[in-house]
Design a protein around this ligand. Structure first.
Ligand code: PLP
Length: 363
């Protein structure tokens, strides 16, 4: 079977096998990682190794803190403005899809928000270019969503938060559905965050990478559990962290390093997978994808059938063929194949063959 779910997503089989092997007895300690104190030397070693591996994979500079949080990316939508608005200013956002819209709504609760550029006019099919971004003069930060998971719309560049006077505001990115899909220049960002349940590990863990000069900007009314600085000072263990998800994320990082060979190799594989599927869509008369070619997501490939009366049959037959979770998001319909890191190239090959066969029979 191949799992094309948008999240929680497929995990590498090797990771699940390792977890199974260690489930009842972690390295001869006689207990499961799930049963360990987060303060025990065993768990602290797991946690530190996971952070070190992530830092190595993403080449995270020393002036960034890596936080292992809870609450999902949705909680970051609120946590972020609390942490960055202590000196006032207006949060600025790029609107390119449903997740960005939710992030904007949370900032509005607290401080109002300025939409500095939007893809609304083109029906969420292309991202704004740098020259279209108009920050408010008092911008506190610029937030965008690198990959809109539902629309399948991805940035092909890193926007700059440049004010009219030439000064820079921190760029913040929701990378929930693109992080670890390839190398990344972390130094261009103030804050990066991501829910874990796509390329990092199981749900329940949320990653934040925060430049350390931004740890002193929290609003005074920031709840303790929302405060990046508190979390940084406590090694993400102010309270009980999601220990098992953290451990599994660590296994995924090991897999990326040792089985895949790092993020350059991952990038090449993801490029190939996406190219094969988009080529199949573009060559067919039955399937289509509306996104501007440069902004097509490599991770989430939405497509529709020319005749949506065939959707039901497509879904039933694909499932029968072992191709799981191809139904599009309920808000947009159609199909969506998520090609996260753990989906092997053979999964894409099988999907492409199925699609061609379905078109021959039903087209
Ligand atoms: N942002 C993006 C880009 C997402 O894809 C998702 C979930 O799919 C979220 C935010 C929300 O994440 P969570 O469920 O972790 O709150």
């Amino acid at each position: 079977h191949y799992n094309f779910c948008a999240g929680p997503a497929a995990l590498p089989t090797a990771v699940l096998e390792k977890a199974r092997e260690e489930l009842l007895d972690y390295q001869g300690r006689g207990l499961s990682v799930m049963e360990m104190s987060h303060r025990s030397p065993e768990f602290v070693a797991i946690a530190e190794q996971a952070e070190a591996d992530l830092r190595e994979l993403l080449a995270v500079p020393d002036n960034y803190r890596v936080l292992f949080l809870q609450g999902g990316a949705s909680m970051q939508f609120a946590m972020l403005p609390y942490n960055l608005l202590g000196q006032g200013g207006t949060p600025n956002y790029l609107y390119t899809g449903i997740w960005g819209k939710k992030a904007i709504a949370e900032a509005r609760h607290l401080a109002g928000a300025h939409v500095a550029a939007s893809s609304e006019a083109n029906g969420l099919t292309a991202v704004p270019r740098q020259e279209d971004i108009a920050l408010s003069g008092d911008a506190a930060y610029l937030h965008y969503t690198s990959n809109e998971t539902i629309g399948g719309l991805a940035f092909d560049y890193i926007p700059e938060g440049r004010l009219a006077d030439g000064s820079e505001v921190p760029v913040v990115c929701d990378m929930s559905s693109s992080i670890l899909s390839g190398p990344l220049d972390v130094s261009q960002f103030g804050v990066i965050y991501a829910g874990a349940q796509k390329n990092i590990g199981p749900a329940g863990l949320t990653l934040a990478i925060v430049r350390d000069d931004l740890l002193d900007r929290a609003r005074p009314d920031t709840p303790t559990m929302f405060n990046y600085k508190v979390m940084a000072e406590h090694g993400s263990m102010y309270n009980t962290p999601p220990t098992y998800s953290w451990y599994l994320a660590g296994l995924v990082f090991q897999w990326l390093k040792h089985e895949i060979g790092g993020l350059e190799a991952m990038n090449a594989l993801n490029e190939r997978k996406a190219a094969k599927l988009y080529a199949a869509i573009d060559q067919s008369d039955m399937y289509s994808n509306p996104i501007a070619v440069d902004n097509r997501s490599r991770m989430n490939v939405p497509f529709v059938l020319a005749d949506d009366r065939l959707d039901k049959a497509f879904l039933a037959e694909s499932e029968e063929a072992g191709l799981l979770n191809l139904k599009g998001h309920r808000s947009v319909g159609g199909m969506r194949a998520s090609l996260y890191n753990a989906v092997p190239e053979s999964g894409v090959d099988t999907l492409v063959e199925f699609m061609a066969d379905f078109e021959r029979r039903r087209g």
